[in-house]
Design a protein around this ligand. Structure first.
Ligand code: SF4
Length: 213
């Protein structure tokens, strides 16, 4: 990567991590998947209960495989043959997990986490329940402010996610959001996390790559 681009990225990541700290959240930067897994081993206690929220980033970075192989009590919502009832039980168990992992739809340079969810099973445990929440995000999800975050998520992340889920929504035809009232709508819960009472309960790991959407 061009050194000047690298310099810009470092400045952006540093001020994002600084602003997360001011909001009682901890920020980390790792260059790649290997460094990410090393950090996760430090942060997640062996034999503890770990849940995850829907995240392409966790698959792309090998985190799901890591959780399956290592000595954790993994609440695996993706296991083969899982029924929708078993999945619902996992969603409830996630609230009492020692660690809950997922990504964020956007992260502002001001240290805010912006997310849209369909049934709330991803954003609800981010807000309350698990002792520790670890959000893994690519540099592509860092935006200047909440306005940019909303624009990014509604016009980019959500239509792509609706497509992935084979939803019958206007955005899967048009490629942009029209704020539909479709029964298949996936954008039901909009959340902004701007701080935490419990210091460092939320940890954000920025990986120096383009990940997820
Ligand atoms: S509100 Fe509807 S059209 Fe907009 S992104 Fe969500 S599902 Fe698609």
């Amino acid at each position: 990567m061009d050194n000047n681009v690298l310099w810009y990225m470092e400045k952006q990541i540093n001020r994002t991590i600084d602003n997360l700290r001011k909001r009682n959240m901890e920020g980390f930067f790792v260059k790649n998947e290997n460094e990410l897994i090393i950090l996760l081993k430090e942060l997640i206690t062996v034999n503890s209960v770990v849940g995850v929220g829907d995240s392409m980033t966790l698959f792309e970075t090998g985190v799901i495989d890591f959780l399956r192989k290592e000595n954790y009590i993994f609440l695996d919502k993706y296991k083969d043959g899982i029924t929708s009832e078993e999945k619902k039980q996992i969603y409830i168990k996630n609230f009492s997990a020692d660690t809950f992992l997922c990504s964020t739809n956007a992260l502002t340079e001001n240290g805010e986490l912006y997310n849209i969810d369909g049934n709330g099973s991803r954003v609800a445990p981010m807000i309350y329940g698990p002792k520790q929440v670890i959000l893994v995000t690519g540099i592509n999800k860092i935006v200047a402010n909440i306005e940019e975050a909303e624009k990014r998520v509604r016009n980019y992340s959500a239509p792509i996610d609706a497509k992935r889920l084979f939803k019958n929504t206007p955005c899967t035809t048009l490629g942009y959001c029209v704020d539909c009232k479709s029964p298949d709508r996936i954008c039901n819960d909009f959340t902004i996390i701007r701080g935490q009472f419990i210091k460092d309960r939320i940890k954000v790991i920025i990986v120096g790559k383009q990940l997820g959407y």
